[in-house]
Design a protein around this ligand. Sequence first.
Ligand code: NAD
Ligand code: SER
Length: 316
Amino acid sequence: MAGSSDSRILVTGALGQIGTELVEALRRNNGNNSVIATDLRKIDGHPVINSGPFHIADVLDKAALEELVINNSINEIYHLAAILSATGEKNPELCERVNIGGLANVLEIAKKHNIRVFSPSSIAVFGPDCPSIAPQVTPLNPTTMYGRTKVAGEEMANYYHQIHGVDIRGIRYPGLISWKAPPGGGTTDYAVEIFHQAIEKKEYTCFVRPDTMLPMMYMDDAIRATLELMNVPSKCLGPARSGYNISGISFTAEELSNSISERIPDFVCNFVPDIRQQYADSWPNSIDDSDARKEWNWSPKYDLDQLVDEMLSNLY
Ligand code: NAD
Ligand code: SER
């Protein structure tokens, strides 16, 4: 079980926006040497590399991944390696290969070695036909390649759970807002970039319209949700287990900008939408997370004011 003294954990994509904070939390709970961080790239001085074991590993290299699993007696994988929405639309072939191929390798290894898996999904599974408050169960018709890979990922995860008994769990993360590591090429990156630019230049050119409202979440809530989901007994989880809706905060880009202006009065935000507006427009405004609340007591803590205060105080 996560958090128990016998957890031997491998994290893929560990140097990314989520991995930077998830590895820190997993090492705090399980001990530094029980958490093997991996990524395709190496960043000198990165806290994940400095605080415990780190290996370069491409999730498309199944043999190398399996060797790491065997050599380190791994019994739990947090599979974070992926290509996000905006980068994915620039290179859909890479997005499909990494997101689907990488997960397929992880699931095969998990089946063979009896490994528990956490694999994130995303609000990008929803498409323009989704109600503005996205239900847990609704037709999934995403317009982006990234969204399609996430729908396929949830289906693959369900298959490995139902047919092979793999204990796999996932969350449809909202756009995540954090200060410890930069976001990795998503549509919701504006909600992080705005803080950095507000502090450094007192000005930001936002790539979505002011009225764009998306489901968002402060990283602390997302990390807590991940650990809480992984700690619930498997029998408590229903059919949403590979992609739970979880809700944090929904706000428009203008509301975010106004909230920053209340704290930095000379901050100016300009709105110049680019192609990412289309991806944002295809996603819902907010999320119905009743299944997660009911099955594993999910509840977010951060509202917009708390999030803005946290971001500014940590970045200043
Ligand atoms: P990120 O882009 O910040 O990090 C991904 C990491 O994966 C990077 O460090 C990258 O080097 C690595 N990577 C890419 N290709 C790889 C490969 N072939 N082999 C090994 N590593 C590879 O992404 P993130 O924000 O940390 O997202 C992690 C997961 O959470 C992804 O599945 C993503 O779809 C999902 N998610 C993120 C958000 C968000 O807002 N950050 C929202 C919803 C879902
Ligand atoms: N934050 C992610 C993105 O914008 C959503 O999965 O791609």
